[in-house]
Design a protein around this ligand. Structure first.
Ligand SMILES: [Zn+2]
Length: 267
């Protein structure tokens, strides 16, 4: 009778997007993935630095792998062990473009710091995968994708700003008798000029047109996102607003965002 090789059965396997990789000791990496089934996880890839051939390209930022993992035999041994990884998609078009790389790096850094470990977040995984695929294939412009990603991320995470009406008097934005509207970062809301008393330290002025376009994205199915037509002014102003509000809300600055802002200035 033919003998079958003894295979170790992984504790779980899933698709996973790489969020962060750090060196650990002389041979290992600790890798954080956003997985389809288990949310954000951190695993140890043993001897990965020696096996560059085996893992070539798998461990670059935001690449998509199918991974297999095993839990440590004793809990005190710590980290979940990455036993196998197969590259599904490396997104080469992003890597050859410094702006696209900067956008994708910003999105994954935001998720890395925001998401809790081992908490399934399949809708955030789907959003990130959609955004990275669209960025790679140019189906939607990177600037619009950046707004879309941030708006949808806030919506799933449950801290969407109120862009629909003045939170104090409930007047809807269409009835505001003004072109420029105050957005309050602390409260995550717009304030009409009648309710506005003094400029808060944490506020900025945004045009009504930009706010309405952001609101529209928030309420539109992501699959129709390629129909979005933004003015270049709204794209710029929307980015300024979101890229200030999200770090304010999460309570930290992102290195990748600083880099993105610096390369925009050289354009
Ligand atoms: Zn009001």
């Amino acid at each position: 009778m033919e003998r079958l090789p003894v295979l170790s059965i992984p504790d779980f396997s899933t698709n996973a997007i790489l969020l962060k990789k750090i060196e650990f000791g002389d041979h290992d990496f600790i890798i954080s993935f956003l997985t389809e089934s288990n949310g954000k996880i951190s695993v140890i890839a043993k001897n990965a630095k020696k096996s560059i051939k085996r893992f070539s390209g798998h461990f670059d930022l935001f690449c998509l792998n199918h991974i297999q993992c095993s839990f440590p035999k004793k809990k005190k041994d710590g980290l979940t062990i990455l036993t196998k990884s197969d590259l599904e998609e490396g997104f080469a078009n992003i890597r050859y473009d410094v702006f696209k790389t900067a956008y994708a790096s910003f999105w994954i850094e935001m998720l890395y710091f925001y998401l809790e470990e081992n908490k399934p977040q399949s809708d955030i995984y789907d959003l990130l995968l959609f955004a990275i695929k669209a960025l790679n294939s140019d189906t939607i412009s990177k600037e619009v994708l950046n707004l879309l990603f941030q708006i949808k991320f806030m919506s799933i995470a449950g801290f969407s700003p109120n862009l629909e009406n003045c939170n104090k008097c409930q007047t809807v934005i269409d009835d505001f008798q003004q072109k420029n509207i105050t957005f309050d970062f602390k409260e995550g809301e717009i304030i009409c000029k009648n309710c506005f008393n003094k400029k808060s330290k944490h506020s900025m002025t945004v045009s009504k047109g930009t706010l309405k376009q952001l609101f529209w994205i928030n309420n539109t199915d992501i699959k129709k996102a390629d129909r979005i037509k933004f003015s270049s002014y709204a794209i710029k102003e929307g980015a300024v607003l979101l890229e200030a509000f999200i770090p304010f809300h999460i309570g930290r600055d992102f290195k990748s965002l600083q880099f993105l802002k610096s390369i925009r200035q050289t354009k």
